[in-house]
Design a protein around this ligand. Structure first.
Ligand code: CMC
Length: 443
């Protein structure tokens, strides 16, 4: 495989300038404070247990930085998302997915020659090992495509032995290109398998997004003419989902790889985590919710349910752990939804009307305002994907294929850091203390 330059990233260099004091049982400990290039300062507690014999407690990682990174930055209050410093709205309007992949992986915007090499590398690795194609047939026809993707991506380690040695930077790069190149093929095949149609093999003469659309919608009896506006909208969906710093699936990939597991196993773990409805599964759940609401007159009923503490129902596509303002990706997707639906002549789609009215009703409601709950990326993406012809079960697979580059970039950053340690959280144990075993006849 041709090579681009794959420089190792060594991230945290700054010497701490400040300290924080912690007083415990009359003793004071000085803890280094590290200042990032953006975002809040971080108290370095790595030596705290050794010095003070205490752990910190933060289930859900609401106040804990689990790593240092140079890839993506989110300012949740401003609703800002930057990849290597570049704002997502600029990338969505001026760049395209494979250029953003290069940016995330290599740290800078490519020069023309670099982009050409990268695109050619990805384009020439889109086919799957033919034996892998047979693997799909082991799944039931009614399997969810996410289940198939988790299994097939995990199985890549059984097919691509020459890119599983994580200590070899060249093998890491080969694995990365393979994953980015093959993920659309895997997602499209998972889709074709569940609808009972023959697999459509990739074509190298069309762009990444068009190729994915064609693999999903062409059949041997009839080729699929890719509309450039739909291809652009697809590419934008890929771009908007490419990375999102230390979210649950990315942290899963990092934790899995901290043990030295091979890249395919780690990405399969990320896909499995993404599937949950609180994470990537929310796009499917959101469209199902909009369909269930059905007409605008039922919106107040669903808003009331979302606010009811005794009802587990939540407004899908609303709220975010980090954004306390509108998710910048949702803004771009709202515009894209209008464009795509107009192109397809379905601008009066009742579900789009429900979505817009629901958004307006929630934003005007004090409950959502007080809790700073705004539409997130999943709110409009499903409407676009459905209009393109995808069933709801394909929404999360499309998220997974888009996020693959983010997982890989974070994995690459972590593996190349000489300070990498296996991830091993501590716990606040609240169970029984040591007690003697009781024989069964005495219980
Ligand atoms: N509808 C109604 N109430 C909500 C919602 C919602 N969608 N989201 C949060 N809340 C309430 C929640 O009940 C809680 O209220 P209280 O403080 O009275 O107990 C408060 O807001 C804070 O919620 P939280 O669950 O503590 O916040 P979190 O940061 O742990 O959860 C979230 C973030 C995204 C899981 C959550 O907002 C949610 O479940 N949203 C719906 C699912 C969704 O759209 N997920 C996609 C996230 S973006 C894409 C991705 O990351 O994959």
């Amino acid at each position: 495989m041709a090579r681009l330059y794959w420089e190792d990233e060594n991230v945290m260099t700054d010497k701490p300038q400040k300290t924080a004091s912690l007083t415990l049982d009359g003793k004071t400990y000085e803890l280094p404070v590290i200042s990032p290039t953006a975002g809040p300062d971080v108290i370095d507690i790595r030596k705290l247990y050794a010095q003070a014999n205490v752990f910190t407690y933060d289930p859900g990682f609401t106040s804990t930085a689990a790593c240092d990174s140079t890839i993506t930055f989110i300012d949740g209050d401003l609703g800002e998302l930057l990849h290597r410093g570049y704002p997502i709205d600029q990338l969505a309007s001026k760049s395209h997915y494979l250029e953003v992949c290069f940016l995330l992986l290599y740290g800078h915007l490519p020069e023309a020659g670099e982009l050409e090499t990268f695109e050619s590398l990805v384009t020439n690795h889109t086919m799957l090992h033919e034996q892998m194609v047979h693997l799909f047939r082991g799944f039931r026809r009614d399997a969810h495509p996410m289940a198939i993707m988790t299994g097939v991506v995990g199985a890549m380690s059984a097919f691509y032995h020459d890119s599983t040695d994580i200590n070899d930077p060249h093998q890491r790069e080969v694995a990365s290109i393979r994953l980015i190149a093959k993920m659309p093929t895997i997602a499209a095949m998972a889709f074709k398998y569940t609808v009972g149609q023959p697999f459509v093999y990739p074509r190298n003469d069309i762009d990444y997004a068009s190729n994915f659309l064609r693999m999903c919608f062409a059949v041997p009896a009839e080729d699929y003419e890719v509309n450039p506006i739909l291809a652009r909208a697809m590419d934008r969906i890929f771009t908007l989902h490419a990375d999102h710093e230390q979210n649950a699936s990315t942290s899963t990939v990092r934790l899995a790889s901290s043990s030295g597991a091979n890249p395919f196993a780690c990405i399969a773990a990320g896909i499995a985590c993404l599937w949950g409805p609180a994470h990537g599964g929310a796009n499917q759940a959101c469209l199902e919710m909009l369909n269930e609401i059905g007409t605008v007159d039922r919106i107040p009923e669903f808003i009331a349910r979302a606010k009811d503490k005794n009802d587990p129902f939540r407004l899908m596509g609303f709220g975010h752990r980090v954004y306390k303002n509108i998710d910048p990706r949702a803004k771009v997707l709202k515009e894209s939804a209008d464009e795509v639906l107009e192109l397809l002549g379905v601008e009066n789609n009742p579900i789009l009307q429900v979505a817009k009215e629901l958004e307006a009703a929630a934003l005007a409601d004090p409950y959502f305002a007080e809790k700073k709950l705004f539409p997130n990326v999943d709110f409009y993406s499903g409407i676009i994907l459905e209009a393109m012809g995808f069933p709801t079960s394909m929404f999360t697979p499309i998220f997974a294929l888009s996020r693959t580059v983010g997982w890989i970039s974070q994995w690459k950053e972590m593996i190349s850091d000489p300070a990498m340690k296996i991830g091993r959280p501590r716990q606040l144990y609240c169970g029984e203390v040591a007690r003697d075993y009781v024989d069964i006849e005495n219980r």
